[in-house]
Design a protein around this ligand. Sequence first.
Ligand SMILES: Cc1ncc(COP(=O)(O)O)c(C=O)c1O
Ligand SMILES: N[C@@H](CCOP(=O)(O)O)C(=O)O
Length: 426
Amino acid sequence: MASSGSMHLVCDACGRVLPADRSPGRCSCGGLPELVFALPESIDPAVYDRRRGGLDPLDRSGVWRYREFLPPLPPDQIVTRPEGNTNLYSAAALSTWTGCPHLLLKHEGENPTGSFKDRGMTVATSHARAVGARVVACASTGNTSASVAAYAAMAGLPAVVFLPEGKISAAKLGQAIAYGARIVQVRGDFDSAMRLVQEASQELGLYLLNSINPFRLAGQKTIVIELLHQLCWEPPDWIVLPGGNLGNTAAFGTAIVELEAAGLIRRRPRLAVIQAEGASPFYRAYRNGFASFSPEPAETVASAIRIGNPVSYDRARRSILETDGVVEIVTDDEILEAKARVDRSGIGCEPASAASVAGVRKLVRSGVIMPGQRVVALLTGHLLKDPDTVMAYHLGPEAEHRPMTNRPVTIEPTVAALRGVLSDVA
Ligand SMILES: Cc1ncc(COP(=O)(O)O)c(C=O)c1O
Ligand SMILES: N[C@@H](CCOP(=O)(O)O)C(=O)O
């Protein structure tokens, strides 16, 4: 690989050097591969302002613009749409509902395939191409498979995606089908699909594109880098994000430490990771002081974070410790109400994303987040990712007990009939 000389992989458990010229998998000791490359000791932030307005395809990407924090890969192998450049929003109704006046929402659903996964996928797929991978693969609750399928198609690589049968949204399945991935439905949950794909990638030589792959995490660091750039390098007090397989939690901690070391920020924002109550192994470990960790069966309406054995548990624990972070849980009802409110604000998101907004509200109510603090909550996926949940919320059997519901009406094609249903507004 032309420009990989200054990069290598080490096991984060035993320190062994691992090969960087193939799919980065677990070390034989079970540890996870960590990327090591030269990071900037200091950097003039003006370089990023200049690149933001540039025409170079790498400068236009909200990932590759920050390439000083990415592993060196041959530019001619880079697969990019481009990604990132996602907006920060405020909404008065959400500030009121959460009790957090200084709340911003960073919408990662604005990425090319509708979720944050594209930020990691551009880096990992480029590495896969640079090392001559023949087939790429992932296990997925839906978003990773959509992103893998799209980036593999752009790279001209076959993709195999392992999905828990019947457990991902039709919209996400439709994306993977449309982009041309080979779909393998596994009888079991996401965690069993994840186990299978790790075994299969070793046995069959598939290049693994899940977040166990540190090139994925390198790309996902740019969510934090870009948001701090948008805030003129003045960190918020909190960054609040949903936690599933915990790749983002891992990547965010690394990004914060690296940005501080490079002199771009002078203090660390705290991370608050929000899990669904029914899929909360990380929360349980946090509550026992990280003394032990046990995987558990997972169930939640937020299918994207229906994960009971997160691969990046150890990395994420480090991020919480390094940022004085917290982990909290929210119920499915809280997630659904938060989603309805984010949707009604005109911003919209998928259910797992709304966990972060529900989490802000809970953390304000418990006094962990102070009302005067500046908070950025991450919206991880687009509203259109999960229309089934929208329909169930607004039209399903529970609808009449839910806040913010919106039921379509059907009328005869006459103005008189219309008057009858619009009398409160027209
Ligand atoms: C929409 C969405 N939100 C949140 C998550 C959780 O992110 P992570 O696995 O990085 O914890 C996922 C997938 O895992 C996701 O697809
Ligand atoms: N929600 C994820 C689960 C897999 O996570 P990954 O970050 O390890 O790929 C998905 O969309 O599949």
